[in-house]
Design a protein around this ligand. Structure first.
Ligand SMILES: Cc1cc2nc3c(=O)[nH]c(=O)nc-3n(C[C@H](O)[C@H](O)[C@H](O)COP(=O)(O)O)c2cc1C
Length: 405
């Protein structure tokens, strides 16, 4: 069953490149081709040598009514095929994608038609991995995936499920219908943040208690990093101001590492005039010791530390950007009455959009988020990966940017 949000005719006349690699799931690429063509898209398939061990090019040629590319060295009409294809396509899907293909792409290897196309393509790329869990869970594959995600490459799946033979586990390719929905989203979003500068704060700040202790929180920085990846994929220029993070950073246009809330406040205010979109995702400590100790606090049964409020970044932002305000998005983490409190914060802090979520999202790959706009429009998302939520947040932010005079 296709997702209700997806209308098949939205693919009409779209030019789609489909890379197929040497996985047992290659048969699913035939169904994907059939669905894309049924939706009105024009499809050109590129197969690796491995893929051709599983399926004959003729099957794809028959379904797509287009010649299939199987080698880097075929030239048509004097043009180099991979360059001609990357100029032609609007999106490049690789489904199924083997561990080998993901590894080669992450390392910049271009030794066949598909890997050379991937490296030269200036269009959005969507990868649907399919492999045994032993390959998927290998830290090398994970590192390759993270690297590509960081460069704005989209991934869908894999999912946990039945694999070839008797095995069950994480590595099954998602169904072609789901790929169709994702492709549709990517085509709709395109490069809608091109020439936009986005400032993101991420991670946890740390307030000094004594020379060896800090007050902090368990934020991993993952949500802010997911937003950086997603915005990069949509063409934005990214400035990331971050405290402590526990996941790798994607390539950025500018990175500013800070420790305390005060350092983060100063960095944000310094960059503010340059940005179109401000995404305040960092978990800034609310309190700091009034008198941090210059020597290690001795071990005692009880210690009393007087705390003071850390200056609020957004109230200063509001004072500075009265006339030329960037679109401002904030997060609100509450353990109870989350939506009500988030609405109040939205008003008080002059935000355009706020994302309410619970403490369970801290450190997790997934998040239960509710998006609340100034118009009161509320979108309750199911539990999703932070990367998927990032795309939803950017959809709303782009809408708000477009509605501005
Ligand atoms: C029967 C069979 C099934 C395979 N299935 C997969 C798979 O699902 N995923 C994967 O990453 N590799 C799989 N492989 C290994 C790849 O085919 C192999 O790494 C090959 O070099 C991939 O080449 P390509 O990425 O250029 O298509 C399979 C191999 C065999 C023999």
């Amino acid at each position: 069953m296709l997702n209700a949000k997806f209308e098949l005719n939205s693919l009409k006349e779209r030019r789609i490149l489909l890379g197929v690699t040497g996985s047992i799931a290659a048969y699913k690429a035939l169904e994907l081709t059939r669905l894309l063509v049924k939706g009105g898209a024009e499809v050109r398939v590129v197969m690796t040598e491995g893929a051709r061990k599983f399926i004959a090019p003729l099957s794809f040629e028959t379904l797509s009514q287009n010649k299939v590319t199987t080698t880097l060295f075929s030239q048509e009409g004097g043009r180099i095929v991979h360059l001609e294809l990357s100029d032609w396509g609007e999106v490049l899907i690789v489904a199924p994608a083997t561990a080998n293909l993901i590894g080669k792409f992450a390392q910049g290897v271009a030794d066949d038609g598909l890997t050379t196309l991937l490296l030269s393509a200036q269009i959005p790329i969507l990868i649907a991995p399919a492999m045994h869990p032993s390959l998927w869970e290998n830290p090398i594959t994970q590192e390759n995936e993270n690297k590509l995600r960081g460069l704005g490459v989209h991934f869908i799946g894999p999912i946990r499920g039945k694999l070839s033979g008797q095995d069950v586990g994480m590595g099954r390719m998602v169904e072609p219908e789901e790929i169709l929905v994702k492709v549709n989203q990517i085509l709709t979003r395109g490069k809608d943040l091109m020439e936009r500068r986005v400032l993101i704060t991420a991670g946890a700040t740390e307030e000094v208690l004594d020379p060896i202790r800090v007050l902090t929180n368990p934020s991993s920085g993952r949500m802010g990093i997911a937003l950086a990846e997603a915005a990069k994929g949509r063409g934005a220029e990214i400035i990331l101001i971050h405290g402590r993070t526990s996941c790798p950073l994607p390539p950025l246009d500018e990175e500013i590492a800070v420790k305390t809330g005060e350092e983060m406040r100063k960095a944000v205010l310094r960059k503010l005039s340059e940005v179109h979109l401000l995404l305040m995702v960092a978990a800034v400590a609310d309190y700091r010791p009034l008198h941090p100790s210059s020597t290690k606090i001795k071990e005692r049964k009880r210690v009393t530390v007087e705390l003071e409020r850390v200056p609020d970044i957004l109230s200063d932002v509001n004072k500075i950007v009265k006339n030329r305000k960037p679109v401002m998005v904030g997060f609100s983490v509450e353990s109870e009455n989350g939506v009500e409190r988030a609405k109040r914060k939205l008003e008080e802090k002059g935000l355009d959009l706020i994302i309410a979520n619970g403490p369970a999202s801290f450190g997790s790959e997934e998040i239960d988020a509710t998006l609340i706009g100034r118009d009161g429009e509320l979108k309750d998302l199911p539990r999703m990966t932070k990367r998927d939520v990032a795309e939803e947040i950017l959809d709303r932010a782009v809408e708000i940017m477009k509605s501005r005079p």
